[in-house]
Design a protein around this ligand. Structure first.
Ligand code: NBP
Length: 476
């Protein structure tokens, strides 16, 4: 009997997705460029379901039922183009290629079109949940050819995580929409993790709390509004000791690496003109973390002294919690606003409530907050920003005194909290009908004759700054 789906690329993600599909009763064809990975998968997990391993691409394609569906799980970038080029001559009209890696959405749009020109149906699918999610049920964000999605939905829905009986998988939109949404998901993940790291740093640096005490605090936060996978694993990581019995986190090098999806998110926000401050600060924070030697050199020169010891009272810890929650709402609001802007720019018709729905399970940013985001977009699918939703606005407003106090304390004591403080600055900027850009416009008109508009009359104006200072109307 032929296979229902093929998986090409059997490193961690591909192997676990193949096992996931097989465990759900689907016949799974297997292929990896170096056959050792295929052999290992069959040797170690062959009993989990119906696997059809192949050593050549020809045999692999021949082992699939028509129309063939091939899930490509290779390294993002050139490898995906190479694989498509090798596969294309072996495929027939209506066969389906799904790229489940972290591809750049513009590459996906290009591949979607190139495949369509050859009669091959292409899906670019974001998959979140890491290694464990891939095996046990990830969140999946397929975009591209709609008919290919419809054909595969019964398989994808079974493979995906599910929350309250709803699969964490939905058709996102045409072209590169699926990978775009996955990219923003990863950007939000950057911001979420940076905010958690700042909360950790503040409590450690200001109140001298050690890792086990902090683990207890994060475990407690997991019971409330902050309930999320990332908060849960924060407690676990903080509690872990190494072989010598000391907290592992205390000996992990403080240099964060990045694979690029956070940076892509920030770059796209700049292109779209979306103020994506929280995610972008998180990308910068990783970049600064990577300058470890320079940080040590500057610290030596400044001769820094630690902040004075403070008592960690319940109110102080609750303030950090509230500041974290409010900042997190801002980060999500910005990410969702970016998806709306991209949807308008590229004509995707993204359903933001659906995105919140499929991120409730399986993925790294799964959180109770996403239920509230879904509810907000269900109430008003055209909501311009989550911060205009009554529930979110009142939650953030209620937290704002604590938020200000925490950011103030951080600034006063030299503990950097870039994501906390930029989220607050964004919220304050958003909540002010009249900002200081009037002066910017005046300056721009002075040196570049860029013109300005006035509050008190229609039209565009220019002041003849160097020719007597008269104002002229330049357009009616
Ligand atoms: P990797 O990103 O490490 O890629 C390794 C796989 O790509 C191997 O199967 C390798 O084959 C194959 N490959 C390469 Br490299 N070049 C190839 C080529 N020219 N032709 C055919 N195969 C080629 O694997 P991964 O960590 O499982 O991730 C797969 C995708 O999923 C990536 O896009 C990744 O960004 C994404 N992703 C990863 C995670 C995660 O937690 N790791 C989570 C979500 C998404 P070989 O064995 O023959 O060298």
């Amino acid at each position: 009997e032929l296979a229902d789906i093929g998986v090409l690329g059997l490193a961690v993600m591909g192997a676990n997705l193949a096992r996931n599909a097989a465990r759900k009763g689907f016949g799974v064809a297997l292929y990896n460029r170096h056959p050792e990975r295929t052999d290992e998968l069959v040797r170690e997990h062959g009993g989990e379901g119906r696997f059809l391993p192949s050593k050549t691409l020809e045999d692999f394609v021949a082992s699939l039922a028509r129309p063939r569906a091939i899930l490509v799980m290779v390294q993002a970038g050139k490898a995906v183009d190479d694989v498509i080029a090798e596969l294309s001559p072996l495929l027939e009209a209506d066969d389906i290629v799904i790229d489940g890696g972290n591809s750049l959405f513009t590459d996906t749009a290009r591949r979607c079109k190139a495949c369509a020109d050859k009669g091959i149906r292409f899906l670019g699918m974001g998959v979140s949940g890491g290694e464990v999610g891939a095996l046990e049920g990830p969140s999946m964000m397929p975009g591209g050819d709609r008919s290919a999605y419809d054909r595969l939905a019964p398989i994808l829905d079974r493979m995906a995580a599910s929350v309250d009986g709803t699969p964490c998988c939905v058709y996102v939109g045409p072209g590169g929409a699926g990978h775009y949404v996955k990219m923003v998901h990863n950007g939000i993940e950057y911001a979420d993790m940076q905010l958690i790291a700042e909360a950790y740093d503040l409590m450690k640096s200001l109140y001298g709390l050690d890792a086990p005490a902090l683990a207890g605090i994060f475990s407690e936060w997991k019971q409330g509004d902050l309930d999320s996978y990332l908060i849960e694993i924060t407690a676990t990581v903080l509690r872990k000791t190494d072989a010598g019995g000391q907290p592992l986190v205390d000996v992990i090098l403080d240099e964060a690496e990045q694979k690029g999806t956070g940076r892509w998110t920030a770059q796209s926000a700049l292109d779209l003109g979306v103020p994506l401050t929280a995610i972008t600060e998180a990308v910068y924070a990783r970049a600064l973390s990577a300058q470890r030697a320079r940080r040590a050199e500057v610290e030596r020169k400044i001769g820094r002294s630690p902040p004075p010891a403070r008592k960690a009272g319940a109110a102080a810890i609750a303030a950090v919690r509230d500041a974290l929650y409010a900042s997190k709402v801002v980060a999500y609001a910005q990410g969702f606003e970016q998806m709306a802007a991209a949807s308008a720019e590229f004509g995707w018709d993204l359903k933001l409530a659906d995105m919140a729905t499929i991120w409730r399970g399986g993925c790294i940013i799964r959180a109770r907050l996403l239920d509230r985001i879904r509810a907000a977009y269900d109430r008003d699918p055209k909501l311009g920003t989550l911060l205009l939703d009554d529930d979110f606005l009142s939650a953030v407003t209620m937290a704002s005194d604590a938020w200000r106090a925490v950011v103030g304390l951080a600034v006063a004591n030299g503990v950097p909290a870039p994501a906390f403080s930029s989220a607050l600055a964004y919220f304050d900027g958003l909540g002010r009908a009249r900002g200081p850009a009037n002066l910017l416009q005046g300056l721009r008109d002075y040196f570049g004759a860029h013109t300005y508009r006035r509050l008190d009359k229609p039209g565009r104006f220019h002041t003849l700054w160097s020719e007597g200072g008269a104002e002229v109307q330049v357009d009616r």
